[in-house]
Write a protein that binds this ligand. Structure first.
Ligand code: MN3
Length: 212
C-alpha cells in the first residue's frame, strides 16, 4: 500500500460475478462500488486540506496515526483503514477454484498452525466470534504468523506487523446473500482465498522484516 494522495479508486481485480456462487455479483457491486468507493472519496477529501501529508503512503499514515493532527486522526483511521482493508480483502479472493499455499509459505503455515485445516479453523473461530463489525486477519510479525481481529476499520499494521490476508465480517460483506448466517459466509469464503496473492504478501513482509 505504497500509494499516496490522491488515492485511486482501484477496479475490482476480477469480474463482479467471478466469485459466484460463494459471493454474489450483487454483493460485490455494492461492496466495491459503494462501500469501498466511499472510503476512497472520504480519505481524499480529508487529505485535500493537508498538503504536508499528501506524499505520505497509506501504510505510513495508518502506522503513525498518533502523529497526525488530532482533528483528522479518527477520519484517517476510519477511512484510510477502510481503503487499506478493502484493497487487501478484494485481492485476497479469486474465483479460479480452490488453491493452497506453496513452498516456504506452506512451511510457515504448518510451523505456526500445524496444518492448513487448522489455520482455517483458527481464522473461522476468530471471524465467527468477532462481535459487531470488523475483520479477521492473518498477520506476519518477526518471523511468525498469527491470526488477529480488529474492530470497525482498524488495521493491525505497525512497523513490525504485516497484514497478509483479511476477511471482512461487516454485515455489508454478506448480508444480501447470507442474511444473519455469518458462519456460512465464512465457510464459503475459505474456498475463495487467493493463496498466490497472500504468498506474495508473505514474501514482501519477510523482505521488509530483514531491513528493519
Ligand atoms: Mn467492507
Amino acid at each position: 500500500m505504497s500509494q499516496t494522495f490522491p488515492f485511486p479508486f482501484e477496479p475490482l481485480p476480477y469480474p463482479y460475478s467471478a466469485l459466484e456462487p460463494a459471493l454474489s455479483k450483487e454483493i460485490l457491486e455494492f461492496h466495491h462500488d459503494k462501500h469501498y468507493k466511499t472510503y476512497v472519496d472520504n480519505l481524499n477529501g480529508i487529505l485535500a486540506d493537508f498538503p504536508k501529508l499528501q506524499d505520505t503512503t497509506l501504510s505510513e499514515l495508518l502506522i503513525h496515526l498518533d502523529d497526525l493532527p488530532s482533528d483528522i486522526q479518527t477520519g484517517i483511521r476510519n477511512n484510510g483503514g477502510g481503503v487499506y482493508n478493502h484493497q487487501l480483502y478484494f485481492h485476497c479472493m479469486q474465483g479460479n477454484g480452490f488453491c493452497t499455499p506453496e513452498g516456504e509459505f506452506a512451511n510457515a503455515i504448518h510451523r505456526d498452525f500445524e496444518s492448513l485445516d487448522n489455520f482455517n479453523r483458527v481464522l473461522t473461530n476468530a471471524a465467527v466470534k468477532l462481535f459487531g463489525s470488523g475483520y479477521a486477519w492473518l498477520v506476519y510479525e518477526k518471523g511468525k504468523l498469527s491470526v488477529v481481529t480488529t474492530a470497525n476499520q482498524d488495521t493491525p499494521i505497525s512497523d513490525t506487523r504485516h497484514p497478509l490476508l483479511c476477511i471482512d465480517v461487516w454485515e455489508h460483506a454478506y448480508y444480501l446473500q447470507y442474511q444473519n448466517r455469518r458462519a456460512d459466509y465464512i465457510a464459503n469464503w475459505l474456498s475463495l482465498i487467493n493463496w498466490e496473492y497472500v504468498n506474495s504478501m508473505f514474501q514482501m513482509a519477510e523482505a521488509q522484516d530483514e531491513t528493519i
